[in-house]
Design a protein around this ligand. Structure first.
Ligand code: FES
Length: 112
């Protein structure tokens, strides 16, 4: 697993999601304050980009725009239906002023 610099922390809007290509994966990257999360961008319910969804900063969730499943940014698991399968979670780190994301998922079970 290799960490890739994707952007500066200041390039990410606080409380919003953005889409990045990291290695072979498309990843939804979310900034909440000085913490950054990265989950697989494809909703596990249908082929919808999670980066188009709303961030729930209090619950650390990203909500799918299509049917509203709210995915945990920490575990990748959907906390609400209709999605039932998790999405991959990637390692996200802030190093100084830069954001690094792993090119492999952290949760082996989620696959993708
Ligand atoms: S496509 Fe994401 S919840 Fe249905």
């Amino acid at each position: 697993m290799t960490m890739h610099r994707i952007c500066a922390l200041s390039d990410l809007v606080d409380g919003a999601a953005a889409k990045f290509e990291v290695g072979k994966h498309i990843v939804a990257v979310v900034r909440i304050g000085d913490v950054v999360y990265a989950i697989g961008n494809r909703c596990s319910h249908a082929n919808v980009a999670l980066s188009d969804g709303e961030v729930d900063c209090d619950n650390r969730e990203l909500e799918c725009v299509r049917h509203g499943s709210a995915f945990s940014l920490e575990t990748g698991k959907p906390n609400t239906l209709p999605a039932t399968q998790p999405v991959p979670v990637f390692v996200a780190e802030v190093r100084g002023t830069d954001v690094y994301i792993s090119d492999q998922p952290n949760n082996a079970k989620a696959g993708q």
